[in-house]
Unconditional design. Structure first.
Length: 467
């Protein structure tokens, strides 16, 4: 099992570029497959999860060429869309660790008149699938969930006669919403999903980008059957704010730090982390670039003393993937932080309420655990500890950052899982640990600031585009 030995870091002065957004990368390949292609995708995230989606679409008869690769895998792809008419695969499709691959695929497959078996690794085979099989079953797809309690492996049999419907989601889940909207494209008539709270809206954005009709009225999102993207369009994936979150907290929680993040996605359904850190006393500015498609831009962070806050209700879906790293920020803040209404965390790649609480306690933090969240009492100084990731990428990364902020060495075991979402994390972590490099970066960053009038004048806590 691979591990990181993390040492306390000096205040960081750095510029970071994070790899492509995971949610958008998955969707870009799926939507491009629905067009009459070819579509060129740049900024694609070469992580194991997104590569599971590429393999799945290839298994369904979509030709995907690699145009450019970096050391981790493809970053630029040409997808030859098949106008939504997929081929029956010759064997099961392995979705690996990726919930997004499996759940969104069920939506696409609901409209294909053949049977496909979807498998996943141990963690994915524990995650609830009834949340997609139930609504898609109402739309006419047939499922056999061979795992206990409606879990993968899943057998999906789609149909040429998908029924449009109106469905109220029991939980705010972008994956479930997306599966239903994708199935709705193969239905006759209008399909509406009602969300209990706003979840990430990349599918809606992408429907719009590919010139398909989608209407949002309050918490109701509707799309129509019989429409598939007539036009192939190229797509640029911005950097992943969920990956940037680790460096943002590393800088925000350490007075004297200064960080710039370039070309990162700033979709408002994903930037709750920034709002929460501002409430905790962090100094953060975001600037959104003009352009088509998903909003993106850059973020500037200066470290300060953080204070505890309350995170609950509708804010939770907006930060669902950032809660482990927000919990680390809370542990370094003055006072108590309460995180509630977050029981969804229990069915992620690990039970994230339990794994976060356990690991924070190992670092000397008092944590009270609830069914739907936790309360964290901030400490002056985290202690170094021996920690386990439990095969969960966001736990491995959040506690590597905790290690940067701890008094003594922290060992994080089981870090291979980081490849599912953030190849390149290790190299960045080493850069943050090395004081010499940090000093070089101080000079580099200061000179950037001196020459750049773009962000020299910003006030703390604002979005430059006024949104
Ligand atoms: C995702 C949605 C979220 C998130 C996951 C990616 C997506 O899951 O946790 O990492 O791309 O739609 P839920 O929609 O199940 O909350």
């Amino acid at each position: 099992m691979a591990e990181f030995k993390v040492k306390r870091a000096k205040p960081i002065a750095a510029e970071v570029t994070v790899p492509g957004d995971k949610s958008i990368s998955h969707r870009s390949v799926m939507f491009a497959s629905l067009t009459n292609g070819p579509c060129d995708i740049t900024g694609f995230l070469p992580s194991e999860d997104c590569l599971s989606t590429v393999s799945a679409m290839r298994a369904l008869g979509v030709k995907i060429e690699v145009l450019e690769e970096n050391e981790f895998g493809p970053v630029s792809l040409r997808v030859h869309g098949v106008r939504g008419k997929f081929e029956e695969p010759s064997g099961p499709i392995d979705c690996g660790n990726s919930g997004t691959t499996m759940r969104l695929l069920t939506g696409l497959l609901a409209g294909q008149p053949f049977t496909v078996n979807l498998t996943g690794d141990e963690s994915l085979s524990r995650r609830p699938m009834g949340r997609v099989t139930e609504p898609l079953g109402l739309m006419g797809a047939k499922f056999k969930a061979t795992g206990r309690a409606r879990t993968a492996p899943l057998q999906v049999t789609g149909t040429n006669e998908v029924k449009a419907m109106e469905y109220e989601l029991p939980v705010a889940s972008a994956q479930v919403k997306s599966a239903i909207l994708l199935a709705g494209l193969f239905a006759s008539g209008k399909t509406t999903v009602i969300e209990p709270a706003v979840s990430r809206d990349h599918t809606e954005q992408m429907l719009r980008y590919f010139l398909l009709k989608v209407v949002k009225e309050g918490n109701r999102i509707s799309t129509w059957g019989g429409q598939l993207p007539a036009e192939s369009r190229d797509f640029v994936v911005p950097g992943d704010i969920s990956s940037a979150a680790f460096w943002i907290v590393a800088a925000a929680a350490q007075p004297g730090s200064h960080l710039l993040i370039h070309n990162v996605g700033l979709n408002k359904t994903r930037t709750g982390l920034l709002k929460i850190l501002l409430r905790m006393g962090a100094q953060i500015n975001e600037t959104v670039n003009d352009g088509e498609g998903e909003p993106s831009g850059f973020i500037e962070v200066r470290g300060s003393e953080l204070r505890g806050t309350e995170i609950f209700g509708d804010e939770i879906p907006n930060v669902i993937d950032e809660i482990p790293i927000l919990a680390v920020a809370a542990a370094c803040a003055k006072g108590r932080t309460s995180i509630r209404d977050a029981s969804e965390l229990r069915v992620k790649e690990s039970d994230r309420i339990n794994t976060v609480a356990h690991n924070l306690r190992q670092m000397g933090v008092q944590v009270e655990e609830f069914v739907d969240g936790m309360e964290i009492e901030g400490v002056k100084q985290l202690k170094g500890a021996m920690l386990e990731s439990l095969g969960d990428h966001r736990i491995a990364m959040a506690f590597s950052i905790a290690g940067l902020l701890a008094s003594a060495e922290t060992v994080v075991k089981g870090v291979e899982c980081i490849r599912t979402s953030y190849p390149g994390f290790e190299a960045e972590l080493r850069r943050f640990m090395s004081p010499k490099v940090s000093e070089d970066l101080v000079t580099q960053t200061i000179s950037t600031f001196d020459s750049g009038d773009d962000y020299g004048e910003m006030e703390s806590g604002g979005r430059k585009d006024g949104r």
